[in-house]
Design a protein. Structure first.
Length: 353
């Protein structure tokens, strides 16, 4: 009764992600958690590193090639590549190819620490000289000694004077061995290890700073109301003074408020509500915000709404002097019927009879 029931499926977690995995047989790549769960890189760098590791060898992974595939800009892709290089998941070096040209070699690592240790062991390895096989000793041929014939005995007569011995044969010179030239093996130079390729850091593009004599854009003129009134200016001043309540970054000085009041009054004159003006000039400010008054001046001038459409004047009603009927005219007088009747010579308007 104490045996654990191993056939019971594990209970799914009550919160968090639940993985629904299907066994894959093709079209997949093994990605290390060192990359997918890295805490020091941005999500863009992690996604770009995952994409690069899923590509086959030989595929181009330059900034322009990646920008042609993904919606991110070249600047963001270049920053992500620098993050991958900084944390060791990518290594770009410049190598010489045929014709004296330079080519960029890109290496992607799924385990940067192990790859770094492997490169360190490769640098500490000392080149061992290649042993030169010794040549077999060549036997030196020697000349065989020439046999010298022994001198024949001279018969001596038993009686009689012994004749004086003449000069006998001289000593035979010993054979002189000729020097034999033996081939001496030439010294083989030890192999020199090829130097490691030096990584060339990309040179940042120069910042294009305009010259002091370059023409500058004209300063945007702050709008002013067409019919300024004290009530309009007072409402504009109250709106500017109350900006820090909704947007604490827009804390203005009294001088800044006096300079921006005409621009806010022009917005209010054109029918913009105070909350709409406040949202338009304070929405999505840059970080950090160094000059709030300059930002408000720029937005008040560039985002000014169009003026309200002018309503057509209403022509008042007039009573005809002859028939007392109502008609629309800017001046009092007679209606069209009475004017036509008088034009034909009638004394009185028959329409009103």
């Amino acid at each position: 009764m104490d045996t654990q029931q191993v056939s019971v499926p594990p209970r799914p977690p009550s919160a968090g992600v639940v993985h629904i995995n299907i066994r894959l047989t093709d079209g997949y790549t093994i990605i290390s958690n060192r990359l997918s769960q890295h805490r020091g890189m941005s999500l863009l760098a992690i996604g770009l590193g995952t994409h690069i590791q899923s590509l086959p060898d030989g595929r181009r992974v330059g900034v322009k090639a990646l920008a042609a595939i993904f919606p991110e800009s070249e600047t963001r892709i270049a920053a992500a590549l620098r993050e991958l290089e900084q944390h060791g998941f990518l290594r770009r070096t410049r190598e010489r190819v045929g014709g004296g040209k330079l080519a960029t070699r890109t290496e992607s690592y799924n385990h940067p620490e192990a790859a770094a240790r492997g490169r360190g062991r490769g640098r500490e390895r000392v080149p061992v000289p290649v042993p030169v096989p010794e040549r077999a000793a060549v036997p030196v041929p020697t000349r065989a000694a020439v046999p010298v014939p022994a001198a024949e005995p001279v018969p001596v007569p038993a009686a009689g004077p012994v004749p004086a011995a003449g000069p006998g044969p001289g000593p035979v010179p010993a054979p002189v061995a000729e020097p034999v030239r033996v081939a001496v093996p030439e010294p083989v130079p030890a192999p020199v290890p090829a130097p490691d390729p030096v990584s060339v850091e990309p040179v940042p593009a120069p910042r294009l700073v305009p010259t002091p004599t370059a023409p500058r854009k004209p300063r945007v003129t702050l709008p002013v109301p067409q019919r300024p009134t004290e009530a309009l200016y007072a409402a504009a001043a109250d709106l500017l003074a109350g900006l820090p309540r909704a947007a604490p970054l827009f804390l203005l000085s009294e001088e800044d408020v006096r300079g921006l009041v005409p621009g806010v009054a022009a917005w209010l004159e054109r029918g913009a509500r105070p909350d709409a003006v406040r949202a338009a000039v304070t929405d999505d400010p840059p970080v950090p915000l160094r000059h709030p008054a300059k930002l408000l001046r720029h937005r008040l001038a560039t985002l000014l709404p169009p003026p309200l459409p002018t309503a057509e004047p209403t022509v008042p009603l007039q009573n005809c002097d002859d028939c007392d009927r109502a008609f629309r005219s800017s001046v009092p007088g007679r209606c069209r019927g009475c004017r036509d009747a008088r034009a034909y010579g009638d004394e009185s308007c028959l329409i009103g009879a």
